[in-house]
Design a protein around this ligand. Structure first.
Ligand code: NDP
Length: 298
């Protein structure tokens, strides 16, 4: 059996077309949705992520404002900029690219962003709202995964969902979203005993670890839906330097029913949902935001 591929690029293109229509509708009301992106330091991966986000904004009719700071920037300079952007009514979304340099208190910076402009969904009040099932903004990566599952009509109700990874930006919000959709959720992490025991039970397996190809075909239930969030650079072998996921795609696709590739899976959807959250914020600002963020792309 060879799994069907869940193509994140194709789904992104479809969703972004709808988002561009929403941006046009806003433009007719003299509103240009705007996203401010703050980048601190010279981490090459962060620079690529920011460049991709800015490019995606331009193509969708979202204005982007980029603010770059050197790695030795003072935290107060960044906090001052956030305060200025919070107060600027023409800016609808603010994101600070992570990771921040070691001398920054990342929590303090994220908490400084107005929850109403927190399009990454990392502010504590948005995390709490998500836990209560009333999210203002859903963190972009799990939001993208939910859209992927929805696009394929994957049954969530009663499904065994296993998430490997418990980070605040992927694993935990992913678990909350699946729980809200009535899946039975297990979260695994580095201290979990017998990881394969858990993964083999999964109807829906989500890998968000950051370890190249650690989930192999023999750890997957036949026919399962496998979502690979990991983005890793291969260090050796014939594909050294190329990207790969946390799932060993070659062996996994022979067992799974549906699988996302890396690259071209969750990555593009993450950026798409950032655009969706920014548009949502701009629409809310007009006083006619959509009720229920999960409808945000329609
Ligand atoms: P973190 O490093 O914050 O979290 C990794 C998680 O994996 C931790 O909970 C850790 O457990 C767990 N883990 C580590 N080793 C093992 C192991 N051997 N067995 C089981 N669990 C393990 O990573 P992120 O959540 O930020 O990112 C995960 C991956 O997803 C990365 O590759 C990242 O690049 C990618 N990513 C991709 C995005 C996209 O758009 N596609 C967006 C965001 C991230 P513990 O908590 O015990 O340490």
């Amino acid at each position: 059996m060879t799994a069907r591929i869940l193509d994140g690029n194709a789904l992104s293109a479809t969703v972004r077309e709808r988002l561009a229509q929403r941006a046009k509708a806003l433009a007719k009301q003299d509103v240009t949705p705007a996203l401010a992106v703050i980048l601190v330091g010279d981490d090459p991966a962060s620079a690529v992520y920011v460049r991709n986000k800015v490019a995606a904004c331009e193509k969708t009719g979202v204005r982007s404002l980029k603010f770059s700071y050197p790695s030795d920037a003072s935290p107060s300079a960044v906090l001052d900029k956030i305060a200025e952007l919070n107060a600027d009514p023409s800016v609808h979304g603010i994101l600070v690219q992570l990771p921040l340099p070691a001398h920054f208190d990342a929590d303090l910076v994220l908490e400084a962003i107005s929850p109403l402009k927190d399009v990454d969904g990392f502010h504590a009040s948005n995390v709490g709202a998500l836990a209560q099932g009333k999210p203002l903004f859903i963190p972009c990566t799990p939001y993208g995964v939910m859209e992927m599952l929805r696009s394929e009509n994957v049954v969530l109700k009663g499904a065994e969902a296993v998430i490997v990874g418990r980070s605040n930006i992927v694993g935990k919000p992913m678990a909350l979203l699946l729980l809200q959709n009535s899946a039975t959720v297990t979260i695994c992490h580095s201290q979990s005993r017998d990881l394969a025991f858990h993964t083999r039970r999964a109807d829906i397996l989500i890998a968000a670890v950051g370890r190249p190809k650690m989930i192999t075909g023999n750890m997957i239930k036949p026919g399962a839906t496998v979502i690979d969030v990991g983005i890793n650079r291969q260090l050796d072998g014939p594909n050294a330097g190329k990207l790969c996921g946390d799932v060993d795609f070659e062996s996994a696709k022979e067992v799974a029913g549906l699988i996302t590739p890396v690259p071209g899976g969750v990555g593009p959807m993450t950026i798409t949902m950032l655009l969706a959250n920014t548009l949502e914020a701009a629409e809310r600002n007009l006083g006619r935001g959509l009720e229920g963020n999960l409808k945000g792309t329609s």
